[in-house]
Design a protein around this ligand. Structure first.
Ligand code: PGA
Length: 257
């Protein structure tokens, strides 16, 4: 099954001024312009999305947002409508990142609403799932993943799920420098495909891209991406340095050669 790997650079709450954004993107663009076998996404803060769009237009890098609200308009002070995101050229949106879940108390039910809205207006969702360290240590990883898949993807059709990217991000590996071993990550990616096979069918499960996320660095990217069921990654810290991001992108590109 040939799935195109996807690398997302999640800048989180960094590089949110025009100067920083421009500096990063203008050095990144020429270094990855020959990459056609990997989908490339940069998700900068909201403040520079439109600015980033103007810089990225016509390149092979797509624009992502880090969050959105599930309503399209109205009295929701401080929230961002997915329609606005679409309107300024955003193609992907990260939903249910563990920082949204843990710090901002987003529930699976809320993420499910956001996911349905995103799909409705053709924003491509990247949905994050993953377990906490205590859950892993108690042997509950698969239960957590199954619960998150059931709740977050509730009522989705096969067509919907085929437009969705899943990011398996063990929370204990995010920003900690601790990476899941390629074997640990692959085990859960296979498990996710089994769950999707039960919910939909094998062909559908085999078509869905599942990224890994959590302390991906140039020195571990190749081993992770060479696993059959790992289709690229969602990169936080290492996406803030052009050279490390390019090395990670190159590792994903090599994994399909
Ligand atoms: P990290 O973040 O690469 O800094 O661990 C990954 C993520 O939060 O998606």
């Amino acid at each position: 099954m040939l799935r195109k790997p996807i690398i997302g650079g999640n800048w989180k709450m960094n590089r949110g001024t025009p100067e920083k954004c421009k500096e990063m993107l203008e050095s990144l663009i020429p270094l990855v312009e020959g990459i056609n076998d990997v989908d490339l996404i940069i998700a900068p803060p909201f403040t520079v999305l439109i600015y980033a769009y103007k810089i990225l237009k016509g390149t092979n890098i797509m624009l992502g947002a880090q969050n959105m609200y599930f309503e399209e308009k109205g009295a929701y002070t401080g929230e961002i409508s997915p329609i606005f995101l679409k309107g300024i050229g955003v193609e992907y949106v990260i939903l249910g990142h563990s920082e949204r879940r843990d710090i901002f108390k987003e529930t699976d039910a809320l993420i499910n609403k956001k996911l349905k809205t995103a799909l409705n207006i053709n924003l491509k969702p990247i949905v994050c799932i993953g377990e906490h360290l205590e859950e892993r240590e108690l042997g509950k990883t698969k239960d957590i993943i199954e619960f998150q898949i059931n709740e977050t993807f509730k009522d989705l059709t096969k067509e919907d799920i085929l437009k969705t990217v899943i990011a398996y991000e063990p929370i204990w590996a995010i920003g900690t420098g601790k990476t899941a071993t390629p074997e640990q990550a692959e085990e859960i990616h296979i498990f996710i495909r089994e769950l999707l096979t039960e919910k939909f069918d094998k062909g559908t499960a085999d078509s869905i891209r599942i990224q890994y996320g959590g302390s991906i660095k140039p020195n571990n990217a190749e081993d992770l991406f060479n696993k059959e069921n790992i289709d690229g990654g969602l990169v936080g810290g290492a996406s803030l340095q052009v050279d490390s991001l390019v090395q990670i992108i190159t590792a994903a590109d090599n994994s399909v050669k």
